[in-house]
Design a protein around this ligand. Structure first.
Ligand code: B4P
Length: 207
């Protein structure tokens, strides 16, 4: 099973690359941003609470997003693997994801981080804001707050995966297809080097 965390600041290209990756590797795309926006669109209580925080560029509480990911894993029992986009965003979320993966007899294979500087992020998100109807994309102050939240609360998640030797960083600036090619190169190397599941790893050790 191939489980990948796609990481990076807001606007780094996570959603964009996820769309291409799910087709090539037949993965289920789990974007906490998309799941939260679906709750907002349905007008649920969770969505109403999340909207206030998201519109201000702040993180939604860990328990909310962890619960959503847990439910999404339950509803996709046949998945060949998952791409986690925008999750985990805190170390507490990363720890919970490891527990959830273990409870499904699988694990995170690798984290791929897209590195993009703040001015480029602001430019991309303001551009997207012209058509996305997302309040968090339409105001430069809010976009910069999201980048600050990333730097103060989320960036440390990279260290969590680096400690497990699962962290890889790529330059997220350049043509989308070139970046996609580099991500695929990393995934293919990872798949060639590692057994797919802990169960298979055990088999391999015994053989
Ligand atoms: P998300 O929905 O995750 O949104 P995002 O960080 O803006 O990234 P996204 O994937 O959409 O953009 P992409 O980089 O692909 O989060 C929104 C909010 O939800 C958060 O602020 C938070 O409030 C809440 N939230 C979500 N997950 C949470 C969690 N786990 N915990 C707590 N709160 C959570 O693309 C951006 C733009 O760049 C696009 O227009 C794209 O076309 C363009 N682009 C991409 N690649 C490019 C390239 N190579 N060159 C030029 N442009 C490019």
């Amino acid at each position: 099973m191939l489980n990948i965390v796609l990481f990076g600041p807001p606007g780094a290209g996570k959603g964009t690359q996820s769309q291409k990756l799910i087709t090539k590797y037949n993965l289920v795309h789990l974007s906490t941003g998309d799941l939260l926006r679906a709750q907002i669109a349905q007008g649920t209580e969770l969505g109403l609470t999340a909207k206030k925080l998201m519109d201000e560029g702040l993180l939604v509480p860990d328990a909310v997003v962890i619960g959503m990911i847990g439910s999404a894993l339950e509803t996709n029992p046949q998945a060949g693997g998952f791409i986690f986009d925008g999750f985990p965003r805190t170390v507490a979320q990363a720890e919970s994801l490891d527990q959830l993966m273990a409870s499904h007899n699988t694990h995170i294979g690798c984290m791929i981080a897209l590195e993009v500087q703040e001015e480029e992020l602001v430019k991309r998100l303001l551009e997207r804001g012209k058509t996305s109807n997302r309040p968090d994309d339409q105001d430069e102050t809010k976009i910069r707050r999201r980048v600050t939240v990333y730097n103060t609360e989320t960036a440390q998640v990279a260290g969590y995966y680096a400690a497990q030797k699962k962290f890889h960083a790529l330059n997220g600036i350049g043509p989308i297809d070139d970046i996609f090619g580099q991500i695929c190169g990393l995934i293919d190397l990872h798949q060639a080097a590692k057994p797919e599941t802990p169960a298979e790893a055990t088999k391999e050790v015994k053989a």
